[in-house]
Write a protein of this length. Structure first.
Length: 873
RNA sequence: GGGAGCUUAGCUCAGUUGGGAGAGCAACUGCCCUACAAGCAGUGGGUCACAGGUUCGAGCCCUGUAGCUCCCACCA
């Protein structure tokens, strides 16, 4: 093995080997239980960012774990065409070349989009590989490939035929920049400082009397078709049924009574603009008001705004306010903060607008989707996210699915130009089925990107055909994603799966948080605080990045990226590397024995037992999707138990002459390292694979090896516990040296008062080496160590070290008294519990026994310390 | 208006069936000893936001309060 850990020198190579050997492939195997994860498809516009890195790390860790456990583990990757995001990008690119989208034909534009897909769609895939993602690339899907497109058609037609998709003139969110409708989920609300303009609308026939409306959007007044007051509002009752004159246009509009008008808010009088406000739209429906649209698709005013025709909506706002002021209609202007919806892709303020669009009727789909989660057919982890899901599902409005874009799945609707028939078909029709005319044309719009991603768990497995893959891999096991796309994606997959597959798409939804910067801010382009995972991988390796993203995470919580975390992760991996070098260099030229063939000493049994609990705990945590806890357990075992203790413990044997002892130590080192590497593999796949390839025990690839299983026969409870007493002695001597200022390298003679002489003798070499001692002398009382001895009391012994001048009797007494205090506190605690009748009556027996044992131990230690103190005089 | 999360060592965070407060980083002391100075050994450091309650026992469960963050709805 190379002397230093250098991830760059092997990560790419190992990935290529895995790939060429087909390690990632998952084919139906009826002798195995399937375990399936569908990768949330990254956008083809995307570049790998920390959010992906976290998401992929979670998934890869889980899928590797399950694969090693013997499941038929399928992790299916893919990319999303990202209709609106991609179109925005391409339009931007065109603009740079001075080309307007409108100057291109649809076909020309789509050609550019496909070119984009070819050019950049694969970029993210290459980047995912750098992380070590073990997905089945042979199944790489794309939301607009043939498979997925067929599924989209099928689903659209089914929903249409069931009456769950309809075409309607309703108020939608319009993005004047992208010039398309958006769903409610695609609108982000931001608080903005604006004004509340109080405008006086005169009563018809009066020059003085009028109603004062309060509005934040004076430019929409051209579309006002009424003013509303609350029916219970005494101030305005007398005006109900009368007309007011709409300023500037001088048109009479009625005063209507409607609950929508809040007596407490504003002036209590609301101008009603049905075409440009969702609430007003509803009022309009109740009162049969005309719907007057006064804006164009690009956010400019139309001809109904008279002289303001063609003016931008915000320019118009200013101009209208000026004119109203001049006309004497502006009564008051007050500052006002309100939230304004923005397009989630281009961040332009959206315009609520009446428009004819395609909608999915949500109520019938939402109910079963709610029940599925209530019935735990799908469970959210952590559970609290189910509440967010329920809240959204219970209040969901119909889903606007048509987009006035070109890049996406075209809506499978045709219109007959001759008879007006509307045709919804899975296959492109050539003639009208009703009148036979060939003059038909397809709906111009495309579908919301999320319409196709909603089908992802089954469209990628061959739906609508009854494929063997669908039967075997569906429903999938766990969906791993961030809590920020519950509405966009998770919820829609759930109702789609239930509706079209009759089964929920996944059993668990594992939610993780978002990766923030070192100051806790969201990483974003505009802040420029994003960290490029590829740069980090280049610097520290993919394993270190993966490790750092999982270390210390609690499921569902946000995490903060920091370079220091990656550095400490790299330090750990370096530790693994070097420990492996130690083991492997000692293996050279030797026949490696099995641990069953060698005589195991206390230390061997201790580390083997420790390994068993680590295996048990890591597996338990991973099964509960607690990746942070699993990683911590594996990390602590590797570093604290194996490296810091066991490896050091083997040195006397390995550097000695007894070949049997060497064989024993090496057998255990190899066995434990082999297991530990496997335990760690799902988290840090590259380095474990690299080291494994050098192991004398290696059989094929570690990624395909069996995950270690807890073996109770390898748990030597008694010997392991006894050995911890030996470790206590070693720790005591080390501490004594530091506390008395004795150089650690100085070899000292240990005087030990103990009842466990046999145990200590058997481990004498370990104690001498690790404690830095030259000899052990068993004595019957502390005085035998002489006057200048410093002492420590541990559970199985009193350890004394003669320190000559280094020991100051007063200091030594103070130190011992300090230790006595600690022991006394423990005695009080345990004794208190044991004298608490409630505790004795109600606590489990096991706990009571443990407390009793502790009390005995501490009482004994107390005695020893007191003896030592009295020896000091 | 509704809901969620967070508040634990100087910093970043774990602590998932209630049973002796933990890690990493930082700090301090001492060590280049043939796996590793990306290291080793040791030390110090906490009223677990606050106030109540349940319990033999609460960082953990319940109620309330405060601060911070987020989501949803409303916003004429």
């Amino acid at each position: 093995m190379e002397k230093s850990y250098d991830p760059k020198s092997f990560e790419d190579e190992i990935y290529k080997q895995w790939e060429s050997e087909g390690c990632f492939r998952a084919e139906r195997d009826d002798n195995k239980v399937p375990f399936t994860i569908m990768m949330p498809p990254p956008n083809i516009t995307g570049q790998l960012h920390m959010g992906h890195a976290l998401d992929e790390t979670y998934q890869d860790t889980l899928i590797r774990f399950k694969r090693m456990q013997g499941y038929c583990a399928l992790w299916l990757p893919g990319t999303d065409h990202a209709s609106i995001a991609t179109e925005v990008k391409i339009v931007e690119q065109l603009k740079k070349q001075g080309i307007e989208k409108e100057s291109l034909t649809r076909e020309q534009f789509l050609k550019l989009a496909w070119d984009w897909k070819e050019k950049y769609g694969g970029r993210i895939v290459t980047q995912l590989k750098k992380l070590g993602s073990s997905c089945d690339w042979s199944r790489l899907a794309f939301t607009m490939d043939e498979k997925c497109s067929r599924a989209v058609r099928e689903v659209f037609v089914n929903l249409y035929n069931k009456g769950l998709i309809y075409h309607g003139n309703r108020i939608i969110n319009w993005c004047p920049q992208c010039r398309t409708a958006l769903s409610d989920a695609e609108v982000e609300y931001v608080d903005e400082n604006s004004h509340f303009w109080h405008l006086k609308y005169f009563i018809e026939g009066s020059d003085t009397e009028g109603l004062i409306v309060a509005t934040t959007r004076p430019e929409t007044m051209f579309g006002d078709t009424a003013v509303a007051v609350n029916p219970a509002d005494e101030r305005y009752k007398k005006y109900i049924g009368k007309n007011v004159i709409l300023p500037i246009v001088n048109k009479p509009i009625p005063v209507v009574a409607d609950e929508h008008a809040d007596m407490e808010y504003g002036t209590g009088v609301v101008k009603i603009t049905p075409a440009h406000d969702p609430n007003d739209f509803e009022v309009g429906l109740r009162h049969n008001l005309p719907v007057v649209k006064v804006m164009n698709e690009d956010g400019t005013m139309n001809e109904l705004a008279g002289k303001y025709c063609g003016m931008d909506r915000y320019e118009c706002r200013k101009a209208v306010v000026e004119e109203l002021k001049a006309l004497g209609n502006l009564v008051k202007t007050e500052p006002h903060t309100h939230s304004v919806g923005h397009c989630y892709r281009c961040h332009t303020a959206i315009e609520p607008m009446v428009s004819k669009q395609w909608f999915v009727k949500m109520k019938p789909l939402a109910r079963p989707a709610i029940n599925a989660v209530l019935d735990k057919k799908t469970s959210f982890i952590p559970e609290r996210f189910a509440k967010i899901y329920f809240n959204w599902m219970e209040n969901v409005k119909d889903w606007c699915i048509s987009r006035q874009l070109w890049w996406g799945h075209r809506i499978p609707i045709w219109y007959c130009d001759d008879c007006g028939e509307v045709i919804c078909a899975k296959e492109d029709p050539t003639v009208c089925p009703k009148c036979g005319s060939s003059h038909i044309h397809q709906d111009e719009d495309v579908l919301d990107t999320w319409f196709s991603s909603a089908l992802w768990p089954f469209s990628t497995l061959g739906f609508p055909d009854d494929t063997s893959d669908l039967e075997y891999f569906y429903p999938t096991d766990v969906l791993v994603t961030g809590y920020d796309i519950i509405f966009f994606w998770v919820a829609r997959m759930i109702f789609s799966g239930i509706e079209h597959m009759r089964k929920v798409p996944f059993r668990y939804v594992l939610m993780h948080g978002i990766v923030r910067d070192e100051q806790g801010r969201k990483m974003s382009k505009s802040l420029g605080n994003g960290i490029d995972p590829l740069v980090i991988i280049d610097k520290y390796g993919a394993d270190a990045l993966r490790f750092s993203l999982l270390q210390g995470v609690a499921t569902g919580n946000d995490i903060r990226y920091s370079d220091a975390k990656v550095q400490s992760a790299a330090a750990f991996i370096n530790k693994v590397w070097n420990a492996s070098r130690y083991v492997l260099s000692n293996c050279e030229g030797r026949q490696i024995k099995d641990i069953k063939e060698v005589k195991l000493n206390h230390a061997d049994k201790w580390i083997i037992s420790k390994l068993q609990s680590a295996i048990r705990d890591v597996t338990l945590a991973l099964n509960k999707f607690e990746l942070g806890i699993a990683l911590e357990t594996a990390h602590d075992f590797m570093w604290d138990d194996f490296c810091d203790w066991y490896i050091e413990l083997t040195k006397s044997a390995l550097w000695g002459d007894d070949e049997n002892k060497k064989d024993g130590a090496i057998a255990v080192l190899v066995y434990v390292l082999d297991s530990a590497l496997k335990l760690l593999h799902p988290f840090i796949p590259f380095v474990t694979e690299k080291i494994y390839s050098e192991m004398p025990t290696a059989k094929g690839r570690i990624m395909l090896a069996a995950y270690p299983r807890y073996n109770s026969r390898l748990t030597y409870r008694k010997e392991a516990a006894a050995f911890e007493g030996v470790m206590d002695i070693i720790k005591a001597v080390r501490a004594l040296k530091t506390e008395t200022g004795c150089a650690p390298s100085k070899k000292v003679t240990l005087y030990i008062v103990t009842e466990s002489k046999r145990l200590i003798s058997a481990n004498e070499n370990c104690i001498l080496r690790l404690a830095g001692a030259s000899a052990i002398k068993f004595v019957s009382s502390p005085e035998a160590a002489g006057e200048n001895a410093a002492a420590k009391v541990v559970s199985c012994a009193t350890v004394l070290v003669p320190m000559g001048d280094l020991v100051d009797a007063d200091k030594e007494r103070a130190r011992l008294e300090g230790e006595l205090d600690k022991v006394l506190a423990e005695i009080r605690r345990a004794d208190g519990k044991l004298h608490n009748s409630g505790f004795m009556a109600k606590a489990p027996k096991k706990l009571v026994d443990e407390e009793r044992a502790k009390l005995d131990k501490y009482l004994e230690m107390k005695e020893r310390i007191e003896k030592q103190l009295s020896a000091l005089g």
